[in-house]
Design a protein around this ligand. Structure first.
Ligand code: ATP
Length: 533
């Protein structure tokens, strides 16, 4: 058995398309960058991820309630939250090929780019200064066909071979900081400039500024602005959380890495409200619990890590933030990508929605004021404090926010499940945790005759009442097993000649290929026990 390696991501993407997990959005029109569709297996898988989250975070707890808020909210929400002014990435454009980059992605992309790798080869061969542009061009010409695509035009485009580039050619770490050359063509990049990630739209018939609205870039704000509604309409008492699952939209500059960075995606967010004196403890509780959730659903500890943000990485209001990260196979060796952020947000959000947009000044949160001394964006003016009956105290609760991406989680579970077992006739299989598997079991008659379908069909109909199952009577039994392995179906039940004699069927385990016989009357009980093990 081998762990995936090499161009494993290409194989995963191919399997996901072939078996109907994930399709490119609007594929028949050439696709649209940053948008994805989930096929028949994918929709079940992602729903199982969201259901597992909802079940474990909401239903299984006494201190959590749910919400489902609208995607378009009052525009003031985003002004007060800071998204309108600050929710932007720094962006650079290549003056030559016009490609757009997120400024913090340029260095790493440059270091990986074909032309730069080839340029490093040149520097390595000529430890003495490859002094002039002529020298480089002659070298490029001499090497001719062997050159990585893009090097010769890149050198021309650069029009100079400066010291910094040569230094970076010698030193890969320095290259990552050289964010001035286009990783694609070597052209000059513009200076970084902010680019707001919120999608804009208009409500009503008139496309005027006063009707401008935004597609939410996170689900969290819907929770904050409903805090009072939830307190008034339920009997829940602090500490408690509000959970929401739903779509969010960000006009990402460079959507990439499959569904990892999309422009439309789903989030699973919790805002957990507590007394300020207890927020440090709750932060640690949620950080550790969320980390465990992923391992319990099958992500290997070795590919998962908890990264505590450095003090200078923290948002101005945060006393602590951790990212739960996964070593996705499309990342360079040793790199991890964020699955979920767990943030201690203090009282920033509730206070902002009461008072107006806040900024940090001398370690304090103060109202952001314009040059005229007036608040830049006014809050609702509503009282979002909480009165604690037991403490006899009124305060603005602190908030811990575990914010997970449903698509990134689903992608991590797909990558983790992908397994190649060369000893099998069809080596690719998906080892999903039984809770996440899109199809829980398949029922096959060994042959589609001799009275076997008459025994198999009732077994299937019985299982289907409780779990998503499939019935398949066509093709060789080996092919049918292989199809179920690729779909990640944990168990297959086969009715054969012996069933007619002694009432037993075979059950085959996806992961081991091991088969045993059980009585056909025990199939549902067997499946229930094994799925919930
Ligand atoms: P990144 O740094 O990768 O852009 P972020 O720190 O901006 O992510 P958050 O604002 O903390 O992300 O959002 C919470 C979660 O939502 C992320 O951990 C991720 O799982 C998910 N998420 C955010 N942006 C995207 C996206 N463009 N595509 C898919 N999922 C996303």
């Amino acid at each position: 058995m081998s762990q995936p390696s090499g161009n494993v991501m290409d194989k995963i993407v191919a399997l996901c398309k072939r078996r109907g997990f994930i399709f490119q959005s609007s594929e028949i029109y050439g696709g649209i960058n940053g948008f994805w569709d989930y096929g028949p297996l994918g929709v079940e898988l992602k729903r199982n991820v969201k259901n597992a989250w909802w079940n474990d975070m909401v239903h299984a707890r006494d201190d959590m309630v749910g919400l489902d808020c609208s995607i378009i909210m009052h525009p003031q929400v985003w002004k007060v939250s800071g998204h309108f002014d600050l929710f932007s990435d720094m962006m650079q454009t290549c003056r030559q090929c016009k490609k757009l980059y997120r400024a913090d992605h340029v260095g790493p992309e440059l270091a990986e780019s074909k032309w730069f790798q080839a340029f490093r080869g040149l520097v390595a061969e000529h430890q003495e200064q490859p002094a002039s542009q002529d020298f480089v061009e002659q070298w490029a010409e001499r090497k001719g066909k062997k050159l990585a695509p893009g090097l010769a035009p890149a050198i021309k485009a650069i029009g100079r071979v400066d010291e910094r580039l040569i230094e970076a050619g010698r030193n890969q770490t320095l290259a990552a900081k050289l964010a001035v050359y286009c990783p694609n063509c070597g052209g000059d990049l513009t200076d970084p400039r902010p680019f707001n990630l919120m999608f804009e739209t208009h409500t009503g018939a008139l496309q005027e500024d006063e009707n401008k609205a935004f597609l939410r870039p996170e689900t969290a704000q819907g929770i904050f602005v409903n805090f009072k509604n939830v307190c008034d309409s339920t009997r829940i008492k602090l500490p408690f959380g509000i959970a929401q699952v739903g779509k969010s939209f960000r006009n990402e500059i460079t959507p990439r890495n499959y569904t990892f960075r999309s422009r439309e995606f789903e989030q699973m967010e919790i805002e957990f409200f507590c007394h300020p004196s207890e927020s440090g403890r709750w932060y640690e509780y949620w950080r550790d619990l969320r980390m465990r959730w992923y391992t319990e659903l099958g992500l290997a500890g070795s590919r998962l890590r908890l990264r505590e943000h450095d003090k200078d990485e923290l948002s101005h209001y945060s006393c602590g933030t951790s990212d739960i990260e996964y070593a996705f196979p499309f990342l360079a060796e040793g790199d991890f990508g964020e699955l979920e952020g767990v943030a201690h947000r203090g009282d920033f959000d509730l206070r902002s929605h009461m008072e107006g947009k806040l900024v940090a000044k001398d370690g304090q949160l103060v109202l952001d004021v314009g040059p005229d001394g007036k608040p830049k964006w006014k809050g609702s003016g509503k009282d979002l404090t909480y009165f604690d009956d037991e403490r006899k105290e009124r305060f603005v609760p602190h908030v811990i926010e575990p914010s997970a991406g449903a698509d990134r989680g689903t992608l991590a579970f797909i990558c983790e499940a992908y397994t190649v077992d060369e000893s099998r006739p069809s080596p690719e299989l998906m080892k999903f945790h039984p809770r996440l598997a899109p199809i829980k079991a398949a029922v096959f008659p060994l042959v589609n005759k001799d009275g076997l379908p008459e025994i198999a069909e009732p077994i299937y109909r019985d299982l289907r009442k409780r779990w998503p199952c499939q019935y398949d009577a066509k093709a060789s039994i080996g092919k049918r097993y292989a199809r179920m392995d690729e779909a990640g179906t944990p168990y297959c039940f086969t009715v054969d000649g012996q069933t007619k004699e002694d009432g037993t069927v075979t059950v085959r385990d996806r992961d081991t290929g091991h088969q045993e016989r059980i009585d056909k009357s025990r199939v549902a009980e067997y499946l229930g026990r094994h799925l919930h093990r």
